[in-house]
Design a protein around this ligand. Structure first.
Ligand code: GLC
Length: 746
């Protein structure tokens, strides 16, 4: 039954995905209702709709402080976040729709980032699955559970491109690549919003953090972001657009400034690009108190001016800052903010409240029976286990030490062997650690000897001796190490991206026993682990996998699942290489080991420890030479474009499973523009296919590249293609590729 329910979820997710996701456009008839309501509203009531406050939870659950109720009752607050469970939502919604003058229902938002009650892998981990259906399924299950708990809005997906592992929030995103980031953003929006906004099993998505928040200088959270418009539009902007074109109904502004202007006051971003270029019709909410923070950014003298700058730039809703609440009425009186601006912001919010169906039934998300039946259901746990297994990346497997044999004596060592709270990761929603399957629990029933060895942090090595003794008594060592969940995520940047404490020393001591050592990493960012890579026998990157972590890792360790994950972010050899990413530029002096005068370090290699797209399997794969048809693209003189979509480039390649077990391979396709009007990356991901191959089986895969695969921001900043030669590279990671050359003709 469990399997059937899980398959139903998959089918539902796929169906949702096949529903052509498109830019959110208000449904017919909504505008009339919005305008009729707007006409009745006082300025105070309008400003209340532009206000979002958090509730807070007491130690034993929601505390419904009179404060919230008075804010709602007075119309000062039209939206809440951090308030969920049917009981809590119903109580607060009741105040809004029974005790206010116009009975406008509340939005209930929450950070459902990788699961609500059933926690899935952190988003960076899911990205490692390169499985868009699995990623969509994860978002779908999260929306099923969260909407069953009264929520109608989630602050997800986070789509910020992350090229700097010092930045703790890389854990929330999809890694370093723009093209993969766009596909994953689309999948997450489809999963969250389901078939249609207003379904009781779906929520409003909120694409964040617009924009380029992941490019914080030095990887230090909230720090300045400064880059050329070309770099911005080429690498950092596309995932937000992809999410919006997939239908995301809301956008959240980021803390950083862009081109010297804090995003919450940046009209170029919030109006010129978002509204005028992209046609976004939803609403913009700020991140937490970002309007107030524009005073500290130093672009306004006080919060009143900050509110005026934000509203005139295109912000619609103030998260927790109470700036609109305190100053906007005066700003309107002074003519600093036009009433039309206020009205348009209110319209955008009311439209989505109507779309959600909250005026017809404010309690439509408040069904206790559904809540009870949906949260942490066996089918949801099964889905989490499947997605978790797919997220695991096999980085090393010398002597084929993995998969383990069930009759082996296993020394299970490390601070994470029994841990549950770290495994549900950061931003773990309403997840309970005690629902999480630890690694030890996942391996129960096997011949295990356990020893902690050391803590996460600190220099205490007193546990080493017992751990080494356990290792000596076993056939194989499995050591579970990593970061604490709060060492990643928001306000958790690190200058040292090695394993904290003495964990690395413990591993090296265990390696000295001569026993095979399998390292299981549990972390929220790429780690610099060259010594472990050199000495361990095998390494599994498992991120924080959530509620089913222990079962998923056990499935891989014991060979019940053949890992197929690929890194969505480069693993550096050292933090000194950062930022390091695969799609770098050639430079005029590309690295040449035989020449001093080339782009390199004198104390570190240029190459990463593990490249973007890297991941091993329990089997092996070989690639034929790619073949491109046509190798020349007839131009289309009429449209002036280079490659008429009628003439896509079809690139085919044979992939063979050369090993002894079935396995999935993520076949990646990269493109290089050999000569452009501006410098171009040495390669860029433009496609992938995940394929299952039986031992000895060969499949011929074909990729279709239309004109957009070759577009970029040319010298004059127009987005298009240029004639010339392009290398098409195909392989199982971004380094080991085979190439075929094609020419785009005028
Ligand atoms: C936080 C985060 C943002 C989150 C918001 C609400 O500061 O930056 O990602 O959605 O506040 O919790």
């Amino acid at each position: 039954m469990k399997k059937l329910k899980y398959l139903f979820l998959i089918a539902q997710a796929i169906f949702a995905g096949t529903v052509s996701a498109q830019l959110y456009k208000p449904s017919p008839g909504i505008e009339t209702k919005v305008n009729a309501l707007l006409a009745k509203m006082t300025l105070d009531e309008k400003i209340g709709q532009l206000t979002l406050y958090t509730t807070d939870w007491g130690s034993t659950g929601p505390t419904i402080r009179e404060g919230y109720k008075n804010d709602i009752r007075s119309g000062a607050c039209g939206n809440l976040f951090n308030s969920h469970t049917v009981g809590f939502v119903r109580d607060l919604q009741k105040v809004a729709v029974e005790e206010t003058r116009l009975k406008i229902p509340l939005l209930f938002g929450y950070d459902v980032i990788h699961g609500y009650k059933t926690i899935f892998p952190i988003p960076l981990g899911e990205a490692a699955s390169w499985d868009l259906e699995a990623i969509e399924l994860s978002a779908r299950v999260a929306a099923l559970e969260a909407s069953a708990a009264g929520l109608n809005w989630t602050f997800a997906p986070m789509v910020d491109i992350g090229r700097d592992p010092r930045w703790g929030r890389v854990m929330e995103g999809a890694g370093e690549d723009t093209w993969l980031g766009c596909r994953i953003a689309e999948a997450r929006v489809r999963g969250i919003q389901g078939k249609k906004i207003g379904s009781t099993d779906a929520m409003l998505a909120c694409v964040k953090h617009y924009a380029a928040y992941g490019a914080a200088t030095a990887g230090r959270d909230y720090n300045t972001v400064d880059m050329s418009e070309r770099f911005f539009r080429e690498y950092y902007l596309p995932p937000y657009k992809a999410a919006i074109e997939a239908g995301a109904a809301t956008v959240m502004t980021s803390f950083n400034d862009y081109d010297g202007v804090p995003v919450s006051g940046n009209k170029y971003l919030l109006t010129n690009i978002l509204r005028n270029e992209w046609g976004f019709k939803g609403f913009v909410v700020t991140d937490y108190t970002t309007i107030n923070e524009m005073v500290l950014h130093g672009v306004v003298a006080n919060e009143k001016e900050a509110g005026e700058l934000a509203l005139n730039a295109g912000v619609d809703m103030d998260m927790q800052g109470a700036v609109f609440q305190r100053f906007t009425k005066q700003s309107v009186k002074e003519g600093k903010v036009m009433r039309q601006q206020i009205d348009e912001a209110v319209r955008r919010i009311l439209r989505l409240k109507f779309e959600l169906g909250l005026f017809d039934d404010p309690y439509k998300f408040c069904d206790e029976n559904r809540e009870k039946a949906t949260l942490l259901s066996p089918a949801n746990r099964q889905a989490a286990r499947e997605v978790s297994r797919k997220s695991i990346v096999l980085l090393k497997n010398d002597k084929n030490v993995l998969p383990l044999q069930r009759n082996q004596r296993i020394a299970l060592i490390g601070p994470l062997v029994d841990n549950q709270s770290e495994l549900i990761g950061n931003w773990n929603g309403a997840g309970n650690a005690n629902d999480c399957v630890s690694l030890a629990a996942g391996l129960k029933g096997l011949n295990i000897i356990q020893a902690k060895g050391c803590e996460f942090e600190g220099s205490d090595k007193s546990g080493f001796e017992a751990a080494i003794a356990a290792a000596r008594s076993a056939d194989v060592v499995v050591v579970a190490v990593g970061e604490k969940a709060m060492m990643s995520g928001e306000a958790a940047s690190r200058t040292d991206i090695t394993l904290p404490g003495v964990q690395e020393e413990l591993i090296l001591e265990l390696c000295k026993t001569g026993k095979p050592v399998v390292v299981v990493l549990m972390n929220g960012r790429p780690l610099a682990i060259p010594n472990i890579a050199a000495n361990a026998t095998a390494i599994l990157e498992t991120w924080w996998l959530g509620t089913e972590a222990g079962n998923a890792i056990a499935d891989v360790l014991l060979g019940d699942y053949n890992p197929a994950g690929k890194l969505p972010m480069t693993f550096p050899r050292s933090v000194g290489q950062v930022p390091i990413y695969y799609n770098e530029k050639s430079t005029g002096r590309p690295f040449d080991p035989n020449s001093k005068w080339t782009s390199k370090y004198i104390d570190e290699a240029n190459a990463p420890l593990y490249p973007f797209g890297f991941g091993l399997s329990y089997t092996t794969f070989s690639y034929g030479t790619p073949v491109a048809k046509p190798s020349y693209l007839p131009g289309d003189e009429k449209s002036g474009t280079l490659a008429n979509p009628k003439y896509p480039v079809k690139v085919s390649v044979d992939v063979t499973n050369t090993g002894k077990v079935a396995g999935e391979e993520v076949v990646q396709l990269y493109v290089r523009d050999l000569v452009g009007s501006v410098t171009r990356p040495v390669k860029e991901l433009k496609g992938f296919q995940k394929v299952m191959l039986q031992p000895g089986e060969t499949k011929n895969l074909t990729f279709t590249l239309n004109e957009e695969a070759f577009r970029f921001y040319r010298r004059n900043m127009t987005f298009g293609t240029e004639p010339g030669e392009y290398d098409i590279m195909i392989g199982g990671n971004s380094q080991d590729v085979k190439t075929v050359r094609v020419r785009l003709e005028k």
